[in-house]
Design a protein around this ligand. Structure first.
Ligand code: SAM
Length: 236
């Protein structure tokens, strides 16, 4: 493994391990090996990770690490890394650090010159943009648009963006977000990607207004990624 000059050889390694966003077959051989070999797995949702480990016959120690305990848990995990233990951080689903609390642990590990090693796996954003049919040569990941404070200004800030936009959204706010996007960005091509890699996977290609119509007439369930065409200067 490559370490830079500052990284301490006797420290443990923090592995940032991508796990499936639905379909368990999307895990990598390397992810399975690392999850077996490390001293600890820091998991956003220990119950969900336990199921994943069980599925692959992995027995290892789990430490919960999520949004509500990250201030307390990050220093504990950092101390273990400094004492030479290897840790794999995994999120609820997908790639740790992408719109989830692993970011803080990764940043703190780097500030202590601990090696941080990626073990790449699925990410909902990339899975969505890959099937969107919208330009993929340049795109911008916007994560979640703020629910209240800063919502308007965030949407305004992407109005003139010409690159393809990727937005995460929960089922409860899907319609509101589509409507808010339409009112500021105008009616643009969008791919609404739902439950990717899961049983009810669905990708709806159309315009924002068409998506609003479709989702206004049904119960909205599942996890969503919106992939929105960047500004073109032309009407959608
Ligand atoms: N770290 C994750 C990743 O790599 O994509 C993202 C974590 S973020 C807290 C959770 C959001 O990701 C969901 O609200 C949804 O927007 C998106 N997401 C995760 N899994 C998904 C799936 N299977 N289909 C569609 N969107 C998904």
């Amino acid at each position: 493994m490559h370490r830079n000059a500052l990284q301490k050889v006797n420290y443990g390694v923090l592995y940032v391990v991508g796990t499936p966003i639905g379909n368990l077959e999307d895990i990598s051989f390397r992810a399975i090996r690392i999850l077996k070999d490390v001293d600890w797995i820091a998991a956003e949702d220990t119950r969900r990770t336990q199921q994943l480990l069980k599925h692959f016959g992995i027995q290892n120690r789990l430490e919960s690490y999520h949004d509500h305990n990250k201030e307390i848990k990050a220093p504990i995990l950092i101390r273990r890394l400094i004492s030479g233990q290897d840790i794999a951080v995994v999120s609820d689903a997908g790639t740790p650090g992408i719109s989830d609390p692993a970011y803080r642990l990764i940043r703190e590990a780097l500030s202590e010159n601990i090696s941080v090693v990626p073990v790449p796996g699925p990410t909902a954003a990339i899975a969505a943009v890959s099937v969107s049919g919208l330009p993929t040569d340049r795109f911008v990941f916007e994560g979640f648009i703020p629910v209240k404070k800063g919502r308007k200004s965030r949407i305004k800030s992407i109005k003139d963006e010409s690159r393809t936009l990727i937005v995460y959204e929960s089922p409860h706010r899907l319609l509101k977000t589509l409507r808010d996007l339409q009112s500021v960005l105008g009616d643009r091509p969008v791919a609404v990607c739902r439950e990717l890699t899961k049983k009810f996977e669905e990708v709806i290609h159309g315009t924002i207004s068409e998506s609003i119509e479709i989702f206004s007439n049904r119960k909205i369930r599942g996890e969503f990624v919106l992939v929105i065409h960047g500004k073109t200067g032309k009407k959608a």
